[in-house]
Design a protein around this ligand. Structure first.
Ligand code: AMP
Length: 205
């Protein structure tokens, strides 16, 4: 099954992806995770991301193309964070990469800001936590691998504002694009985490 997760930053795409990966046994392709790894040794990339801007279409499209061509992605995948612009969606069309479902996660702006500002990630395994909604057993320590929990540089207020504005301008128009293709499913992401996860799974029918 080939699934794309659409939705504003902070809406819970990563958390839903981690859940679906386990349920469906598919690889999780997170462009954010790939780029954060790359940015450790690439200052220019780090700056773009910390400012909450998008990296160039051709740069990320090339990475996605290489990833999707790998054997592990043949039977399906969960694509989280791509496409994010019309050019990226067109790139997938040109390469004939279709999807079974595009899940559009929707939440209020108030909830999104709360989630982004309280989000913590494991420095080591990238697991996602929240200071109120998804607490680790021990403060600041990842339940899964014992790694340190940190705040992403782009989860600070100025970057959050920029990322939400970029989302509205560049990514939100893709909702209509996939609705017209009749593969779009809406998921109410304003609910408690476990209900969002069940709604996402239920939408894949
Ligand atoms: P995310 O973890 O999905 O919120 O992505 C973090 C950051 O990585 C974004 O704010 C962008 O700077 C960059 N990024 C991730 N995916 C893409 C994409 N498809 N196109 C351009 N930039 C991206």
């Amino acid at each position: 099954m080939k699934i794309v997760l659409l939705g504003a930053p902070g809406v819970g795409k990563g958390t839903v992806a981690n859940f679906l990966v386990k349920k469906l046994n598919l690889p999780h392709i997170s462009t954010g995770d790939i780029l954060r790894e790359e940015a450790k040794t690439n200052k220019e990339l780090r700056e773009i991301m910390n400012q909450g801007k998008l990296v160039p279409d051709d740069f990320i499209s090339e990475i996605i193309w290489k990833t999707l061509k790998k054997d592990g992605c043949k039977k399906g995948f969960i694509l989280d964070g791509f496409p994010r612009t019309a050019t990226q969606a067109e790139f997938l069309e040109e390469k004939n990469i279709g999807f079974d479902f595009v899940l559009n996660l929707k939440a209020s702006e108030e909830e999104i800001i709360k989630r982004l500002s309280g989000r913590r990630i494991c420095k080591n395994c990238k697991a996602i936590y929240h200071i109120e909604n998804i607490k680790p057993k021990k403060d600041g320590v990842c339940d899964k691998c014992g790694g340190e929990l940190i705040q992403r540089d782009d989860d600070k207020p100025e970057s959050i504002r920029q990322r939400l504005s970029v989302y509205e301008k560049q990514t939100a128009p893709l909702i209509e694009f996939y609705r017209k293709k009749e593969i779009l499913k809406e998921v109410n992401a304003d609910q408690a985490v476990k209900d969002v996860l069940n709604s996402a799974l239920g939408a894949l029918r």
